[in-house]
Ligand binder design. Structure first.
Ligand code: SF4
Length: 417
């Protein structure tokens, strides 16, 4: 049973994002795609809390762990920097973990390291993931002074009982205060994260959280369906039958409510789990979905660089330990074959509302996509699972929540299966 949310009084002075064009249902468009060129990701593996659902690489922030991470990063930067010469990064993303737990001094040290080693474009989108409780005026000033121009705020829910069950330490009012503070410190781009379909989640509670999130006046919303992860307290409780997930129909109904509520608020679904006002797509994530190069640093970070994929050791100790021994920080590494690249292009691109575009990919790679998937695309079109566009192919809006099913259906019928 979830508690009823306490309505938080809002004044008329909440700053609204300047983007207020008519809703475009078919994003991301050509401009957004052109801006998402090359990305840099840094994993900050520290958290003040251990949320009950979270399977990310993270641990408590201690001075010892922090120093080990910094030393490891310096080593990984030295290793990867020669590979990135000549690249100008159009986005930089600090994810975690909780990057906002870093002090001003440590964040400044991190930016000095990155700017001293990589060419970050003057107009780069620089995003920092922040938990609402850690947003403070002095940190906001530090982030702005170091070029951060976008905040991604983890709210997850606005229901007090749900926040407690999820292990979050902020209360239901804190995201509102944090967004207001960010606006007064000059942040025009703020995104909020919500989650849905976790154990006990109801349509009524979700509607209240969605309303509260959209009332924040942000221009971007990420809303992820809960995934049961073994090894997390909540995931283990679900797997043991002690907690029950909403069934498939209830999950689909929650997603339908998400889409309709967002549309009514002027937010277009440009990717399965991401909604925004026109022009406010996350450039960094778009780089992933378009399968363009991204360099990634830190424990558990995954990169795709010049045709090679790598996955760093998951735990801080393993990642730092490898670097301390003079070994590579990654646990896995592969040269991506054209066939595998075609699979990735389809898997990632079909998550976008505007779908796969031929013009996004080199001629040889698009040829590999068509050779492998051409017949499957036509069969899917016949069944209404896919529609042809002027630029390529996309999943019809009505099938977007089950995009993964369509992608699996296509993969099973591709010539590479
Ligand atoms: S959800 Fe975020 S804040 Fe919570 S433990 Fe995971 S990384 Fe940390």
């Amino acid at each position: 049973m979830v508690e009823r949310a306490v309505q938080h009084p809002r004044g008329p002075d909440v700053p609204r994002h300047p983007l207020s064009d008519p809703l475009s249902p078919d994003g991301p468009g050509a401009d957004a795609r052109a801006r998402a060129r090359t990305a840099l990701y840094v994993h900050v593996p520290f958290c003040a809390v251990q949320c009950s659902y979270c399977h990310f690489s993270k641990g408590p922030l201690t001075s010892l762990a922090l120093e080990r991470w910094f030393t490891g990063l310096e080593r990984e930067v030295r290793l990867r920097e020669p590979l990135a010469r000549g690249a100008s990064f159009s986005s930089l993303f600090f994810g975690g973990g909780t990057p906002s737990v870093l002090s001003s001094r440590h964040f400044g040290r991190l930016m000095t390291l990155l700017r001293g080693s990589f060419a970050i474009a003057p107009d780069a989108e620089i995003t920092l993931e922040a938990n609402p409780e850690s947003v403070k005026p002095s940190l906001l000033d530090t982030w702005r002074a170091n070029g951060v121009n976008r905040l991604s705020m983890g709210a997850q829910s606005f229901e007090p009982a749900e926040l407690r069950a999820l292990g979050r330490i902020h209360d239901e009012h804190r995201p509102d205060a944090a967004v207001r503070l960010a606006r007064t410190h000059g942040f025009e781009r703020v995104s909020v994260d919500l989650m849905f379909a976790y154990p006990g989640h109801t349509s009524e509670a979700f509607a209240r959280s969605l309303t509260r999130a959209l009332e924040l006046g942000v221009e971007h919303l990420s809303c992820y369906c809960y995934i049961t992860e073994a090894g997390t307290p909540l995931g283990d409780a679900v797997l043991a039958g002690a907690q029950v997930l909403p069934d498939d129909d209830a999950q689909a109904a929650l997603y339908a409510a998400l889409e309709s509520t967002c549309a009514a608020a002027g937010f277009a679904p440009y990717e399965t789990s991401n909604f925004c006002r026109p022009g406010a797509e996350a450039r960094h994530n778009l780089t992933y979905w378009l399968r363009r190069d991204y360099l990634a640093l830190g424990p558990s970070a995954h990169g795709l660089w010049r045709g090679q994929r790598y996955a760093n050791h998951f735990a801080l100790a393993d990642w730092a330990g490898a670097l301390e021994q003079g070994e590579a920080p990654h646990a896995d590494h592969e040269i991506v074959t054209p066939g595998h690249a075609a699979d990735e292009i389809v898997l990632l691109g079909l998550r976008l509302a505007s779908g796969l575009w031929q013009g996004d990919h080199e001629g040889a790679l698009w040829q590999a996509v068509i050779e492998r998937y051409g017949d499957a695309f036509l069969a899917a079109q016949t069944q209404g699972r896919l529609e042809a566009t002027a630029q390529g192919w996309r999943i019809p809006a009505a099938h977007r929540f089950v995009a993964d099913d369509t992608i699996a259906w296509l993969a099973a019928r591709s010539s590479g299966s």
